[in-house]
Design a protein around this ligand. Sequence first.
Ligand SMILES: Cc1ncc(COP(=O)(O)O)c(C=O)c1O
Length: 433
Amino acid sequence: MESHKKYVATTTHDPEHLPLVIERGEGVWLVDVDGNVYLDFSSAISTANLGYPTHPEVKKAVLEQLEKIAHAAGTDFFNPYQVELAKKLTSIAPGDFEKKVFYSNSGTESVEAALKLAKQSTGRNYFVAFIGAFHGRTMGSLSLTASKPVHRANYFPMMPGAVHVPYPNPYRNPWGIDGYENPGELVNRVIEYIDYWVFNHYLPPEEVAAIVFEPVQGEGGYVIPPKNFFSELKKLADNYGILLVDDEVQMSLGRTGRMFAIEHFGVAPQIITLAKSLSGGVIPIGATVYDASLDFKRPGSHSNTFGGHALACIAALATLNVVEKLLPHVQDLEGVFRDELGGLTEYRGVGDVRGLGLAWAVEFVKDEKTKEPDTKTRNKVVLESLRRGLVLLGCGKSTIRLIPPLTMTEEQAKLGLEIFKSAVKSVASTSPL
Ligand SMILES: Cc1ncc(COP(=O)(O)O)c(C=O)c1O
């Protein structure tokens, strides 16, 4: 860790609470350089969703492809591999319309492509995004990101024209509405906020290219909005000819029990962004799937070097086929997480437990009534879990995300949940109410 600090750029490590130096991975287990074995509830930030190093079917496909070609300059020369993946992605993405795919290497790039598509196809330049959102760290996507001030500090100005509005967070929102008890009221407040307070006062809706959102906020705290939110948002957007950009980088491809998290909400956005788990974590790949009518109008309008990388596309195709088979398993495990975590709100300091599929979150607060975030306790639980052999990651101000590989067995999931609960109970400020 000291050598890392000396030679590698400062990024997001937290050596105090997550001092994990990984040597290798075996299925759902991570092994550190001292030989300690950990159960993984992080999936390398929802990327190694098929476990480590990857699923045997993906490994086989990748090794076979390596015998043919890896990089084939997919944006300048044609290759069949990117076409096969695009056929697959456009057939499974929601929406009964023709679609196309732009390939890149990361989540932030798939968002940048979405912004460019929205700008050039609508001729409009404003964007609406949500407080709590994370869309990446390059200058365009960063202008939409709004989950932690540190992401944006010292980088002003970013892309101009991004306006942020409250996300319908059922647990904490500016209006103090209990969105679990009154989801309709929460949705109405957010829609009214955009339509009346924003569009009617300072942001001309006819100049808004797109509303960009995460179907479930990830980095911002694994926040699940009410069921009817996106259908109401779509009505509002359609009213003004505004596109919807659905950032599925963290939540797609089985994480929530569906291929796309937006399927839980019954809406078909015009643009969807993907990355992270798309190739099972083996090779970086990003993809922007969009309504074909929005396509770039001239060659050179947008492109890159690695887009349509043959090996990445083959890894992604194999990954998608495995994930499709795993969906019923993820849906079954959702019940295990719900049963095992439900009782935690009985503990002092645990404010909220929420989840879908294998995307679960536990939020820590200093006081159940004021809901003041308790970052310290959250960090202690992450460290204590690691000591007990479970790898977890924080998100939001005081939340822990529990996101195991989709390949985890019920027995392994129960073991991890037991370790997590014992760590929560052992941390000083948490005791039964
Ligand atoms: C929803 C979402 N969008 C975009 C990104 C950016 O992805 P990347 O880190 O690959 O650029 C992330 C990363 O966590 C994300 O969760």
